[in-house]
Write a protein of this length. Structure first.
Length: 192
């Protein structure tokens, strides 16, 4: 199973929180009590804890010319899923902190992104890395691996590891790369 994150955050009102995360973003609701409610946030667990007196964090940092809220959370989507969500939210008239657009144009890490806040002032970022920047790219890393062989003796192998991008095929940040390992004895290992 792929690791999932869990985050808990304060909210002022559960009705508005359910409307935002459940109705607007389409996150299925999980367990709940009078003090908290769980949501499936794009296959991750978020928990909205009732804390009406909590003051939202107001600090911002400049990132590629935009004032990005320091305290925020979000999700990395495929470009198609990001565009669908951005279009759907734009059509509802939602107020964006940072409107849908591309940042770091022409640079490594070029990404589509937008920010908005929930009714309690919690900032969320939705992004997608622009996969065309990574098409046919590879990065080579030299490393030394120590392992125990079948005779239970320790060996060290110097290897060259090549990471080959699959973005062009998958268009999904979650399926990042194939790994090809070539050792001194030319044994090749392919893994996903």
């Amino acid at each position: 199973m792929r690791p999932r994150f869990h985050i808990a955050f304060p909210v002022r009102d559960h009705s508005a929180t359910r409307a935002f995360y459940g109705d607007l973003l389409g996150c299925p609701e999980g367990r709940s009590s009078e003090k908290w409610v769980d949501f499936d946030f794009f296959a991750h667990q978020i928990v909205a804890h009732l804390s009406p007196n909590e003051i939202t964090h107001k600090a911002h940092n400049r990132v590629d010319g935009e004032n990005v809220p320091v305290r925020h959370f979000g999700v990395i989507l495929s470009l198609a899923a990001w565009q669908t969500l951005a279009d759907r939210l734009s059509a509802t008239g939602v107020s964006f902190i940072i409107k849908p657009g591309v940042r770091f144009k022409g640079e490594p890490g070029e990404q589509a992104t937008f920010f908005l806040t929930d009714p309690s002032g919690n900032a969320l970022e939705f992004k997608a890395f622009l996969v065309s920047r990574f098409r046919n790219s590879s990065h080579q890393i030299s490393a030394s691996f120590e392992f125990r062989n079948r005779k239970d003796t320790s060996q060290t192998i110097d290897a060259s590891v090549v990471l080959v991008s699959k973005f062009a095929k998958a268009a999904d940040i979650g399926d990042i790369a194939n790994f090809e390992t070539t050792t001194r004895d030319e044994t090749r290992i392919f893994a996903r």
